[in-house]
Write a protein that binds this ligand. Structure first.
Ligand SMILES: Nc1ncnc2c1ncn2[C@@H]1O[C@H](COP(=O)(O)OP(=O)(O)OP(=O)(O)O)[C@@H](O)[C@H]1O
Length: 364
């Protein structure tokens, strides 16, 4: 099973520019989590901080018992071996074919023979649906294929933690769904802890077990998916519906006067954009039939059961309905097919409010 990642009081600035502050969350071992947020809120910076590529000035990031902000560079090197990372563009070497790109970490970091490497590379290429394309150069394939090749490369060292930066960027909705399915299947197969950074609403609604959101330099929320998906917080509702009405503006800050003006335009009949009636919880994607069962489902059921009383009312209702069905959707119910809960350490943290953070609703 993947390892837990525990972040506490993390603050990151570049010079005088504060990116986010006091971020506290735990990625439960073996579960899939997503970090959402408007562009520029520092999602990629967070992801790079987790792997030690960027160094927050305050806080801790504890992975497998080691705080990577305090450890030696040798320890950091060892911890990094636990990670597989898919960067936005796949980060492939342009002069190498897909086979050599995927084989690269094995040749760099292991003493495996070429026949062992071949077996691993082909199995990962098969997992991401790229068998037959191994001799192609990155420049000869589509963006979606490049992403899948990047994912195959991220998997060859059997990572316990997989970080995925915007798997949907540059992809059409159907290809985004395929890559989402691949991520769920990978979780089923290797039980790794996965963090997906994204602003894709469909992905957010259907893939993760846990969801967090960054906005205005704060982590406004992190917890079981039901918490964010049933939230009445204006910033969350606006983000999920993709409308212009709400605190998120074209630039990071939107003032009260702009919000009032936009509201008046809408009341006068102007279309605010977005999909207004997408509400509530939709079924979570399941592993493809024939794949191993996602072990995270059962673990998460137990974990969420134990923190249920600390969650907001609407989230509790959604979770209880799910548990009634044993975490498995009855046929044609339109009900979440598979969202169990486990472990004991996803916390729900203060919810964004214009007056500042409210009291924590749950904290483990
Ligand atoms: N190495 C760096 N040096 C200085 N500023 C940086 C650096 N990396 C990121 N930033 C700044 O940090 C802020 C957050 O960037 P980041 O890429 O993390 O946002 P994001 O939420 O991932 O955005 P998007 O969704 O558009 O990818 C931006 O203002 C960016 O300019």
């Amino acid at each position: 099973m993947g390892v837990e990642v525990s972040v506490e009081g993390l603050t990151k600035s570049f010079g005088s520019q504060r990116i986010w502050q006091d971020v506290t969350l735990t990625l439960p071992a073996g579960e899939v989590s997503a970090l959402l947020g408007p562009s520029g809120t520092g999602k990629s910076v967070f992801l790079k901080s987790l792997i030690g590529l960027l160094r927050p000035e305050e806080g801790s990031i504890v992975i497998d018992g080691t705080d990577i902000l305090q450890c030696s560079s040798k320890e950091l090197y060892e911890i990094r071996k636990l990670f597989g990372v898919l960067f936005q563009d796949g980060a492939l070497f342009g002069s190498m074919n897909l086979y050599d790109n995927v084989a690269f970490p094995l040749r760099e970091h292991t003493k495996k023979s070429e026949s062992e490497i071949r077996q691993i590379v082909m199995s990962k290429l098969e997992l991401v649906g790229l068998l037959g394309a191994e001799s192609k150069l990155p420049g000869e394939i589509s963006g979606g294929m490049r992403k899948r090749a990047g994912l195959a490369r991220a998997l060859v060292l059997d990572p316990e933690i997989i970080l995925v930066d915007e798997p949907d960027s540059g992809l059409d909705p159907v290809r985004t769904t395929y890559i989402s399915q691949t991520l769920i299947d990978i979780n089923a197969e290797i039980d790794a802890t996965i963090l997906i950074v994204s602003h894709n609403i469909n992905l957010a609604r259907t893939v993760p077990d846990n969801i967090g959101m960054l906005f205005r330099r704060q982590l406004v929320m992190f917890g079981p998916r039901e918490v964010l998906l049933t939230s009445d917080e204006p910033v969350v509702k606006q983000f999920l519906n993709g409308t212009m009405i709400g605190p998120i503006g074209m630039s990071e800050e939107k003032d009260e006067a702009t919000m009032a003006h936009e509201q008046a335009l809408v009341e006068a009949g102007h279309h605010a954009g977005g999909v207004e009636d997408v509400e509530g919880i939709v079924p979570q994607m399941q592993a493809t039939p024939g794949m191993p069962e996602r072990k995270a489902v059962r673990r998460r059921q137990e974990r969420v059961r134990s923190i249920l009383h600390t969650l907001p009312e609407k989230a509790q209702q959604a979770i209880l309905e799910d548990l009634e069905h044993g975490g498995v959707a009855p046929a044609h119910s339109g009900y979440p097919a598979q969202h169990g809960y486990a472990d004991d350490d996803t916390q729900v943290i203060p919810v964004y409010s214009p007056e500042g953070p409210q009291q924590p609703q749950a904290q483990n």
